[in-house]
Write a protein that binds this ligand. Structure first.
Ligand code: GDP
Length: 296
């Protein structure tokens, strides 16, 4: 893998050739190339700067073993640091000892929240869990219908408002009572998004959180939004408090830099990735695969 990765860095690491050690004097071009690779992958600038500075500290003084290309050694340090930041291994979902476990889905409109609610429902159903999908997006009637369609197709139970004008927190509270009475293992609450970060959306999330005391608040992020992932994560994490994220639309061209920004800014793990419009297209997040994708 390192051979493949270092081809991109071939020119940049020329300065390291023949050196016995990576030092302050010979590392600059290589660091510039890392910076460029991360920016190309749409990692946020502030995150890139911090990362490059950390890598510099780690790489300087590394002995280059005879026979190992110094470029390879450098890329190994970069790759290791990326994996390290993104969490080393996959983080499973938080679970409650006594059911039901509650998962709140948060994010902007169009990020893939409703789809991810269905995906996660199917994933847990395949693990023999009794799942309830909760349609708490009252502003977009199509979202309720979308969830019901997914529910019908995949035999997943969907809970929606019994009365017109119910508030999202009331729907969530009623869904929780229903789940308690019906031996539901996991409740997945699809909340309303907005086109951009908005105080009323945050207020609504906080109220739903208060009534459901969730085990997970998963921020659903469209990997195509690139650099904006940083501000988005910061807002949601400060105002609502997230426990993890789902990065969607990785079947597209995006290099996935948002994964690094989300993790660096919130400290919380990416738990799953969405790799298609189909409900089956959900995979656990693997940091080492994402590191390769980001370095390109
Ligand atoms: P919401 O507004 O956040 O609930 O977003 P939706 O779940 O309605 O998704 C918005 C659009 O993105 C829909 O057309 C989905 O089919 C699509 N979508 C969601 N996740 C993925 C994914 O992982 N890959 C692709 N290619 N499309 C996705």
């Amino acid at each position: 893998m390192f051979d493949e990765l270092s081809s991109r860095f071939e020119d940049a690491v020329k300065g390291l050739r023949g050196e016995a050690k990576i030092s302050e004097n010979n590392i600059d071009d290589a660091l510039k190339q890392v910076k460029k690779a991360l920016l190309d992958a749409d990692v946020s600038l502030s995150v890139v700067k911090e990362f490059v500075s950390d890598v510099k500290d780690k790489a300087i003084g590394e002995e280059v073993v005879r026979g190992v290309n110094p470029g390879q050694k450098f890329i190994e340090v970069v790759n290791k640091e990326l994996i390290n930041i993104m969490g080393n291994e996959n983080s499973p979902l938080n679970k409650k000892e006594t059911t039901p476990t509650v998962i709140l889905m948060a994010g902007l409109q169009g990020a893939g929240k409703t789809t991810a609610t269905g995906k996660l429902g199917l994933y847990l159903k395949e693990k023999e869990e009794k799942v309830l999908l909760v349609a708490a997006d009252i502003y977009r009637p199509a979202a309720v219908e979308q969830l019901k369609t997914i529910g019908n197709q995949y035999d997943l139970e969907v809970f929606s408002a019994k009365e017109k004008n119910s508030k999202p927190e009331e729907i969530a509270r009623d869904a929780l009572s229903y789940a308690n009475a019906n031996n539901i293992d996991t409740l997945i609450v699809d909340t309303a998004g907005r086109l951009q970060i908005d105080e009323s959306m945050m207020g609504e999330m906080v109220r739903i959180k208060q009534v459901t005391k969730p085990d997970e608040v998963l921020l659903v992020v469209d990997s195509m939004i690139g650099q904006e992932a940083a501000d988005l994560t910061k807002s949601f994490h400060e105002k609502v408090g997230i426990t993890g994220a789902i990065l969607t639309k990785l079947d597209g061209d995006s290099r996935g830099g948002a994964a690094l920004s989300i993790r660096k800014i919130s400290g919380k793990p990416i738990k799953f990735i969405g790799t298609g419009e189909k409900i089956e297209a959900l995979q656990p997040f693997h940091p080492e695969r994402m590191a390769s994708r980001i370095l390109g």
